[in-house]
Design a protein around this ligand. Structure first.
Ligand code: GAL
Length: 849
């Protein structure tokens, strides 16, 4: 063979094993082709490896091309130089699972993550390196950051996971949103950005790097946008594409807060606007949020559920109509891909708040986006000689500059109602034969261990003054005891009446319990906005010796903000005894400290049987008592539905199933009475507090128990209860799909997957209402509601109005009953016209069994 032919064969082979990823002004360019890419975040430690394939498949089915994840340094290197890449930390396996599904990966190495993750993802040992300053031009920090980043890059290279090696990783991120906090770091912050960029580039991954929220990201790093909307964003160079790394699909939940949710009409609007105005890469943060197992939540006060109102819910179910409507959107955008990547859009105003953007490369290749960005009124616009109805706050997509394939405010997708089906409470003193029903789970008695108040461990130590908590515990535990002894003679000037005085304690947070002579005197806790606690309590001392024990606990370490690593926690004082005219400040006295709990040292959670001699099981189960460990056994709830524990009845603590922590529970932290909306108006700019639900209720009462952590029988559940509760009240629940609903009007576009048929049929396609049972073995077994005309209400409470076709129930029954899925044309030809001159719609609620 000639040299040239040999070379050609070589390049031919190479093109199979590796992909080149570069970028230009319009888009990421993969193997020479500009691409429109839809991406979604799934954080591997927030689910279990057995869940990954299904989550990724559902992402693919939802129209994603890319999975985005952070890398969580503290999980991988909990102790300096000791690595953990097993189980939920198996990053390589996760990346390969994504590759197996045929999707790309965007690896956000950071290694700062934020992500509502403990300490933003930094391992605690990092804080103790002499002279270290995080996220700035500081040698000790930079050398650790470089070492870990390189470690991850090398690991990916070794497994040939970069696209340049034939793997799925097409993009990597260094740092995270540093631009948001950079100013306080001054000049050193600027040099740090330059250093980070150069360091990342030098690692030679063969794929582009991004920095998010970093306006002055140095070349060749692409600066990207994060937010609820990014259509107004422009990158810092004409040579870089417009990319959106975090489109928040909802928001995270805090203990003490309401549950945030974001309507899909608004998300779809934001996405369509982004592509309308030149974007080509968009990522949902989160596509599956998952669960903050163990003590992984950041904070303070981030809840254990990280559901995020994402298109795939915490338990792995598709959330409808969110998932389905976005899937239709993705298909519609993909119909436009060729024109989108070919050129910049041209903008024309169609009137106040009415915008048209056209991507026109030739007469056959024309794509238009028509937007009504007004929040109040729908509009009728004329474009290219045709008229279009544009609801307020919506975008219509016209893949041929003529026909509407999709409007962000018109949902064709079905909705599903996801339910938690409660199983029976765990009965007290129930034997294995006393099965209450087929779902029976917990069978045995509860046993318990009392956690001592105050100092009980041999590693206690004394110090003058009050110590900051994180520096003292290195976060090996949530808990730190501060203990002091005071001798009272009766004549002390801080005494009020006899031996009464007032105890005043100030803490940086997050939770504080005070005990006087072994008895709980008072508790307090902060909230996600302000973690500080100040407690002032009248207390009664005794003549002679008194012990004051203060228990401080953290609820996830700060993960965001300039210098967040130094904000601190715990009782930094003052701590005082206050009389009428005299105050005794104990702050600089000698205190005795204990890091962690006795039960943690004994391994009560990890090895409940190894510590069996400790557990008491008498008939008098102590209830509503602070500081107590509980243990019981249970059988797995039947079936394969995902499982949760309903912790109603308990106070606050942590729970372990077969030695694995399912996270902190805190069902007594109730969200404020006000601030929720019954109906979330998707029109108008969204913010994280715009739409909340669950006001006046526990922020989180249900806690996910991964199926893969339990066996059919003989499982152990251990709880550490901090403030007091009744474990016999807790119960198991399973996650199920309830009703299916859909509501489609005559003015909805026809289904997006019939788009290609349009030219062939020659006639105008009609909107269609479709229903499909989510589980493959189920069929539609009842039609609870079927109304054509002007039915009102939402899924679960549709109602008929005056304008109503009497034929609807029979037609829908005939079309759907006994089938796995059905499709019904929404038209007066089908149902007759119950009221002319009005736009009519079809609403159906059904259930499957
Ligand atoms: C962003 C950050 C993410 C996450 C998000 C809120 O600012 O980059 O890591 O914290 O906010 O969920």
């Amino acid at each position: 063979m000639m040299v040239r032919e040999v070379m050609l064969v070589f390049f031919f082979l190479l093109s199979f094993i590796s992909a080149s990823v570069v970028y230009d002004h319009r888009a990421l360019v993969i193997d020479g082709k500009r691409r429109v890419l839809i991406s979604g975040s799934i954080h591997y430690p927030r689910s279990t490896p057995d869940m990954w394939p299904e989550l990724i498949q559902k992402s693919k089915d939802g129209g994603l091309d890319v999975i985005e994840t952070y890398v969580f340094w503290n999980m991988h290197e909990p102790i300096q130089n000791q690595y953990n890449f097993k189980g939920r930390n198996d990053l390589v396996k996760f990346v390969k699972t994504v590759a197996d599904a045929g999707l790309f990966v965007h690896l956000r190495i950071g290694p700062y993550a934020c992500a509502e993750w403990n300490y933003g993802g930094f391992p605690l040992w990092l804080h103790f390196i002499p002279g270290i300053k995080f996220r700035t031009d500081n040698e000790p920090f930079k050398s650790q950051m470089q070492r870990f980043t390189k470690k991850i890059v090398d690991m990916m290279k070794q497994e040939e996971l970069f696209a340049s090696q034939g793997g799925p990783i097409i993009l990597a991120q260094i740092e995270n949103e540093y631009g948001n906090v950079e100013a306080p770091y001054g000049q050193a912050g600027k040099s740090y950005v330059n250093w980070s960029a150069a360091m990342a580039t030098s690692l030679d991954t063969g794929v582009p790097w991004v920095m998010c929220q970093q306006m002055e990201a140095p070349d060749p790093i692409i600066n990207t946008c994060n937010g609820f909307y990014c259509d107004q964003f422009t990158p810092n160079s004409d040579k870089k594409p417009k990319m959106w790394t975090e489109n928040w699909t909802g928001w995270f939940l805090s203990f003490g807060g309401g549950i945030p949710y974001r309507p899909v009409e608004d998300i779809a609007f934001a996405v369509a606007r982004f592509f309308q105005r030149g974007g080509t890469f968009q990522n949902y943060y989160m596509y599956h949020g998952g669960t903050n197992f163990g003590r992984s939540t950041g904070g303070p006060f981030i809840a254990t559920s990280y559901d995020y109102d994402a298109p795939i819910d915490e338990y792995g179910f598709v959330r409808q109509p969110k998932w389905g409507h976005l899937k239709d959107l993705h298909k519609s955008i993909k119909l436009c891909e060729e024109a989108l990547v070919a050129t910049d859009p041209t903008y024309t105003s169609l009137g106040p708040n009415l915008e048209a953007h056209v991507y026109n490369t030739s007469s056959e290749n024309c794509v238009a986006f028509l937007a009504n960005v007004g929040t109040q009124s729908d509009a009728t616009v004329s474009f290219n000689g045709n008229t279009y109805h544009l609801p307020a706050w919506s975008v219509s997509i016209l893949p041929d500059c003529k026909n509407v394939v999709f409007n962000t405010a018109k949902i064709n997708s079905q909705a599903t109602r996801l339910e938690m089906r409660s199983l029976n409470p765990i009965p007290e003193h129930q034997t294995s034969k006393q099965i209450i029903d087929s779902f029976k789970t917990l069978q045995s008695d509860w046993s318990w261990v009392i956690e001592p108040v105050g100092i009980s461990k041999s590693n206690a130590f004394t110090k003058f003054g009050l110590l900051e908590q994180i520096n003292t515990t290195a976060d090996v535990s949530d808990y730190l005891w501060y203990s002091i002894r005071i001798e009272i003679h009766g004549n002390e000037p801080f005494l009020l009446n006899g031996t009464q005085t007032v105890l005043h304690v100030e803490s940086l947070g997050h939770v504080l319990h005070t005990f006087v002579n072994g008895k709980l005197a008072g508790s307090g806790f902060g909230n996600s906005g302000n973690s500080k606690v100040t407690l002032e309590k009248p207390i009664m001392l005794v003549l002679s010796n008194n012990t004051i024990d203060l228990l401080s606990s953290t609820v996830g370490l700060q993960n965001y903000g300039a210098f967040f690593d130094t904000w601190g926690a715990g009782i930094t004082g003052p701590a005082k005894l206050k009389g009428k005219n005299f105050t005794l400040d104990l702050s600089s006295y000698q205190w005795t400290y204990q890091v962690g709990l006795k039960g943690e040292e004994l391994g009560l959670s990890r090895d409940p049987s190894g510590s069996s001699s400790q557990w008491v099981s008498l008939s008098t189960l102590p209830k509503n008592q602070a500081l107590i460990w509980y243990k019981t056994n249970f059988d797995a709830p039947g079936g394969t539905d995902p499982i949760a524990i309903d912790f109603t009845g308990m106070g606050k603590g942590e729970a372990w199933v077969n030695g694995q922590s399912i996270g902190r529970y805190w069902p007594t932290y109730i969200s404020p009475q006000n601030g929720c909306v019954n109906f979330c108006n998707y029109r108008g700019a969204y913010s994280s507090s715009k739409c909340l639900k669950g006001c006046g209720e526990p922020s989180q009462k249900m806690y996910h128990v991964p199926r893969s952590w339990i066996q059919p029988s003989g499982n152990t559940l251990v709880l550490f209860e901090e403030i007091g509760g009744d474990p016999t009240q807790i119960s198991f629940a399973t996650r199920k799909t309830g009703s299916l609903c859909a509501h489609v009007s005559e003015s909805h576009p026809p289904p997006v997957d019939t788009w290609e048929l349009q030219p062939q049929t020659g006639k105008k396609l009609r909107p269609v209402l479709r229903l499909e049972c989510p589980s493959p073995n189920e069929v539609i077994s009842s039609i609870k509601f079927a109304g054509f005309g002007t039915p009102h209400g939402t899924c679960g409470n549709y109602g008929y109005s005056q304008c109503n076709s009497a034929r609807a129930p029979a037609i829908v029954n005939q079309a759907c009953m006994g089938l796995k899925s059905c499709a019904i044309e929404v038209s007066i030809e089908m149902f007759g016209d119950p009221c002319s001159g009005v736009t009519k719609s079809l609403a159906v609620e059904a259930s499957c069994t």
